[in-house]
Write a protein that binds this ligand. Sequence first.
Ligand code: GLA
Length: 664
Amino acid sequence: MKTGFALARLTVVGATFLAGVATLAETVGLQELDLSLMRQGWGQPQLNRSMREKPLTIAGRTFEHGVGTHAHSSLWVDLAGKGRHLSAFVGFDDSSNGPGSVQFRIIGDGKKLFESGVMKLRDAAVPVEVDLQGIKTLLLEVLDGGDGTSFDHADWAEARFDMAAGARPSAIPRPVPKEEFTILTPRPGPEPRVNGPLRYGCRPGHPFLYKIPTQGTRPMEFSATGLPASLTVDPTTGIVSGIAPARGEYQVEFRAKNGHGTSTRRFSIVSGDTLALTPPMGYNHWYAHYDRITDAMMRHAADVLVSSGMADVGYQYVNIDDCWMNAPKHGDPKRVGPLRDGSGNLIPNQHFPDMKGLTDFIHAKGLKAGTYTSPGPLTCGGFTGAWQHEAQDAKQFADWGFDFLKYDWCSYGDIAAKDKDPELVKFKKPYTLMGDLLKQSSRDVVFNLCQYGMGNVWEWGEAVGGHSWRTAGDLGFELDRFFEIAIRNAGYRAWSKPGAWNDPDYVQIGWIGSANGMGRPKPCDMTPGEQYAFMSLWCLSAAPIFYSGDMATLDEFTLGILCNPEVIDIDQDPLGQGGRVVQLSDTTFLMVKDLQDGGKAVGLCNRGQFPARVSVAWKELGISGQASVRDLWRRSSVGTFEGSYAADVGRHSVTLVKVGGSGR
Ligand code: GLA
């Protein structure tokens, strides 16, 4: 005797009535809940219609009521233990007309109550009948079916909750269990520890600059054996400088000594054609300061990179992102002005009065400087791009002293639209042009392609001169999907190798800025577990590690995550392997990275909403017998295990271990 659903209404539950005790009950349609709390990957939830604002239609069957949403979608519902039953029809909406796939899942108090399987366009609607007795909190989810979220228009049709009399379900914000901000990384001791990559690429005859990343109390005395004659090390600062030697591989040993001890580290200088033999590491201003960036902020970032200890574990680049040039129009008058001078030279805006002075400041610390532009007439932020000035700008960047260039597609889309060449040719064209110019540059310039993965950039990014390439759009817009982004990025691992890196975007932990131009940076939305997970996954992926949070509010917790030398060693491993995803389930998976010393870095990953036990079998790692397990975050040995290892991993978290291997 169920009634309509447009409004909650009182009804009599038949079975109870027949038993002689009439019990009143509420029936509430999903569309009546506060859907502003539904999170989804694209657009807004639609009431009683599809994402394309058409009637909800699954494989030709039309439904009057329900919610149209888009993967990944989640809605938390408080039932207070007063729910009885949930019924619905779910499916892929006909109006999407795309190649996507979705998966519906219902979780009650941590237990899976319903799972639709992967559903595609024109799959018949799947009926949902779920017993809600005793359930306090329900989670309605739409996942991407394993192929990304494009075209994933999903319908919860005729979804209705039968509740006990007088009770109503209510949508609630994502309940984030309170987690302690536990610092796992032990504080560095007073004794020296030389860190940093074991292999380093440079081009013969170019300026060479490398600060030996070393933890421990200063003053410290630095020395090096095996250094080519064209290079010297400053014994006080540990900055190696000079001119890159003739082609060849030079085996160097760095040594750092203070009153507490001595540390050494192998360092192989490979002078040839390839730069970035390990993933570049540093700072990028974008997610902290967007279009508010100034010369003073960049100098401050360089200062903090050193004073915070980040440079002591290998962060080297201090990179300006967009908005340092003039724009035809902008809210800040100091960023508006002539785009180029009479000779076509770029004019930085008034917040950047002395570019050479800025790079000199950064270089004096032994660090490197990076900049940004677009192959189009304007950058993504609407500032001057390099279009038709590519050679002049490349020379200008080298003259100013830059060591890194991010080249961001953006308005080049308008140029490409008029180009009649095949799509792939159009994608490659601007990057080939700049890549060739940078190869001829008088400096070593690391080249970062930013075009969001178009045309499978990982397949050709290296051939056009790139050292890294963004594999997707801006992570800042979908930060709560970082697990999925990391899994997708791992799909391109075959192309990850020394000098050629998949770039899933910047590290956004700690304090992060706001894109809309208002206010100071704020603590990010990620839980502590998520922040550990983020850094673990990026290091397992051999991703470039650019911190893009606020350098003025770096706290001990954030620094603990950014500055664990054993975790960074995983990222910087000279083999350059990207981690592979093993045992992928809807909540847990492993990410496994082969290391040069024969060891395996393993992330035991839980992207589910509840703690889970995750295990790795040695056969999944290609090893057998006994193997040592080291907890990389705590930097301590866990023990020796036979055949497998398992850990309880918190909600949205990763336990990062190293299995086997000979060590440092
Ligand atoms: C794009 C890029 C970002 C950032 C901005 C700057 O969105 O993907 O990383 O560089 O442009 O405008």
